[in-house]
Ligand binder design. Structure first.
Ligand SMILES: Cc1cc2nc3c(=O)[nH]c(=O)nc-3n(C[C@H](O)[C@H](O)[C@H](O)COP(=O)(O)O)c2cc1C
Ligand code: SF4
Length: 639
């Protein structure tokens, strides 16, 4: 396979063509040093076979942003430990050096003085203006700090520096952000002056290191920071002349719409930046890589076969399964647990101040504590329920070496994922069902579909442990008129068991309500969302929400927030505003999406027989897929 072939760049041989593109993880220590959590994460990826790892957003300065930082010699040791750790598995390590598009020193001072309001206002101002206000003198200081950071990286034994061609550097290159009239603004030569000066300075500062450049390309519809698509080939040639050893061509980040940069499922096609990378590759002689929704080995292989790139960046897909590469190398690509592009456990988590913890991989972010260890005492385990929690529990219990039987009352696996994949852009969720089904079957789990798990049946199987994963049911609140013929259940509507048309009022503006509204609007219904809280879609992340709101706009989906439904009649929904005003919403159908509650399963008799019983997923606490996978994993791993 081409993806597994080595490649030598700048005198350094990478063992294969697969790289982890830069990802801000949220794992680092407060001062930006590499923490044990961070080291465990990257080491796990190296163990999984990746040839090159790039640490995202490494700041050469002390800043409050939750990224790695390498501004002081005292931090070198933590980076050295990381380099040693990934080198032990044959992977090379790069650091992506960036400077934010704001005045870090000014903001640090305000922070130190506790002036939070000023910090917010300044940040807001700088995001659009710093690129145009920063003086040449300050730019030269920034350049020096970036070089000093590179020297520290070299001392730490790191192999490559990736210049982050977005953020401040990309803002300077951009025709959409840079309005300067001095030698750093205007012509292509001027806009790229700082980037090229930086590359040359880095080559002098760390002549033995590989210098890579992340080339974010701005297309007529996507992105803001970086180089315009039409200028990209010429700029790539200038970068090569300046001494860059390799280019990573990808969508701009941070200075564009997040839904563009790190697109969730269904928004951009697979390999969405490969064509642009291919065009850049034709302009240069140095190796070119790309990233962006390259999900499985077949896609990566095709890009290399077609000669569009020399290396392939696999970001989120490696979070979902760090063994992606080793599995591909072993001819077991089918056993890869694939990323579904939900962005919930990665981008959204980091954006809300947390750390990356992929929803389909319970170990991600917890590499030190969640490890499956083979059992010495094989047990007979019954898992009740074939939704994500039950499937994950069965998978982990079987990998541990237990004898596992999974009983599912439905004739197919997947549980709520069978309706979660129905709304627009959500079909990729299906992959989790397919991958977990493949995993349990290939690990010897006995599957009993279409069978109700009664206590008698379970006892007859004489298990030593039972994991209950019976899920949840849609909650129908006791509103007057709720049993009328015009009232439907969102879950049944999504499952195509109930049909609605015309004017539809969806009660509940959470995720299920909003997605059902999208689903119905796309089918031509005139939809209103009615929500008691002051906003809809509260739990929908920043990379998913813009596309959903666009669709609501396109279809004229009406939103009634802070509206309490008091009565449902044939033809009308009666609501009350907080001030007591009564509002009547005309509708042909009402769809209930006001939350769910745990499905009951009485475990007393099983416990009384000395069987160890644990509930996982929604039947233990109504939550999301991440909770289902993690509780399923933990319960099985504890057996
Ligand atoms: C959680 C997360 C953090 C990211 N942080 C960075 C970053 O610090 N620097 C950067 O250049 N790109 C960053 N990216 C963009 C990725 O490098 C990559 O271009 C993007 O995820 C698309 O690749 P994928 O579909 O394989 O994940 C980030 C992406 C994710 C998912
Ligand atoms: S959280 Fe979702 S998008 Fe992120 S890596 Fe996991 S499956 Fe992919």
């Amino acid at each position: 396979m081409k993806i597994l072939e080595p490649i030598t760049i700048g005198g350094v041989t990478f063992k294969n063509r697969l790289l982890l593109p830069p990802l801000t993880t949220g794992y680092e220590a407060k001062d930006g040093s590499i923490s044990a959590q961070s080291r465990a994460f990257y080491t796990r990826l190296a163990q999984g076979g990746v040839g090159y790892i790039v640490l995202g957003d490494v700041a050469p300065i002390r800043s409050f942003a939750p990224t790695p930082k390498l501004f002081d010699d005292s931090q070198i040791e933590s980076f050295r430990l990381l380099a040693d750790s990934v080198h032990a598995y044959g992977a090379k390590l790069g650091v992506q050096i960036f400077h934010p598009e704001y005045d870090v020193d000014a903001l640090n001072l305000m922070f130190a003085n506790g002036e939070q309001d000023k910090v917010r206002a300044r940040l807001h101002h700088d995001m659009d203006n710093f690129v145009n206000e920063v003086t040449e003198e300050a730019l030269m200081e920034i350049l020096k700090k970036m070089c000093a950071c590179a020297v520290r990286a070299q001392k730490a034994g790191i192999d490559a520096i990736q210049v982050h061609g977005d953020r401040l550097v990309g803002a300077l290159c951009s025709t959409k952000m840079n309005y300067r009239t001095d030698k750093f603004g205007g012509s292509l030569e001027n806009r790229t002056r700082f980037a090229l000066m930086l590359v040359k300075a880095l080559r002098e500062a760390v002549p033995e290191m590989i210098i890579e450049y992340k080339l974010p390309v701005v297309t007529p519809t996507l992105g803001k920071g970086g180089i315009d698509e039409t200028d990209a080939p010429q700029f790539a040639r200038l970068l090569e002349e300046a001494g860059v050893h390799m280019l990573h061509v990808a969508q701009a980040n941070h200075t564009g719409n997040l839904a563009d940069t790190i697109p969730p499922m269904g928004v951009q096609p697979y390999c969405f930046f490969a064509d642009i990378a291919g065009t850049v590759k034709q302009a240069v002689t140095i190796p070119v890589s790309t990233s962006g929704r390259i999900i499985d080995p077949e896609m990566a292989e095709e890009l290399l076969e077609a000669g569009r790139v020399d290396m392939v960046g696999i970001g989120r897909a490696l979070l979902a399964d760090p063994d992606w590469i080793n599995k591909a190398a072993a001819g077991k690509a089918k056993s890869i647990i694939r990323c579904i592009g939900c962005n919930e456990g990665c981008v959204d988590a980091v954006m809300s101040g947390g750390f990356i913890a992929c929803v389909v991989n319970a170990e991600n972010g917890f590499e030190e504590s969640r490890i499956i260890i083979q059992t010495n005492v094989k047990k007979k385990v019954v898992v009740i329920g074939g939704g994500p929690a039950g499937l994950e529990a069965a998978r982990v219990a079987a990998i541990k070496g237990h004898h596992v039987t999974l009983i599912e009352k439905d004739t197919k696996l997947g549980g709520q994922l069978n309706i979660a994949d129905k709304p627009p852009r959500k079909s990729e969720i299906r992959r989790t069902v397919e991958d977990l089904e493949h995993a349990i079957l290939s690990n010897g789990v006995v599957l009993r579909l279409g069978e109700k798990a009664t206590t008698e049946r379970i006892l007859a199987m004489a298990p030593e442990a039972v994991i209950v994963a019976v899920g949840a049911t849609n909650f129908i609140p006791p509103i007057s008129g709720v049993n009328g013929p015009n009232v439907c259940d969102a879950w049944k509507v999504l499952a195509d068991e109930q049909n609605v048309s015309g004017r539809v009022a969806v009660i509940g503006g959470g995720m299920v309500g909003c997605e059902t509204a999208e689903y119905l609007a796309e089918q031509g219904c005139k939809v209103s969302i009615v929500e008691m809280r002051d906003k809809i879609a509260g739990e929908i992340g920043p990379t998913v929400l813009p596309t959903m709101l666009e669709l609501f706009n396109k279809h004229g989906v009406a939103q009634f927030t802070e509206h309490k439904v008091t009565n449902i009649t044939v033809g009308e929904l009666i609501c009350e505003e907080p001030n007591g005003k009564v509002v009547k919403i005309p509708c042909d159908y009402v769809v209930m999406a006001s939350g769910s509650h745990p499905e009951k399963f009485d475990t007393t008799a099983l416990s009384d027989h000395g069987i160890s019983v644990v509930k996982v997923g929604d039947c233990s606490k109504v939550s999301n897929i991440s909770h289902a996978i993690k509780t399923g994993y933990d319960a099985a791993n504890a057996l």
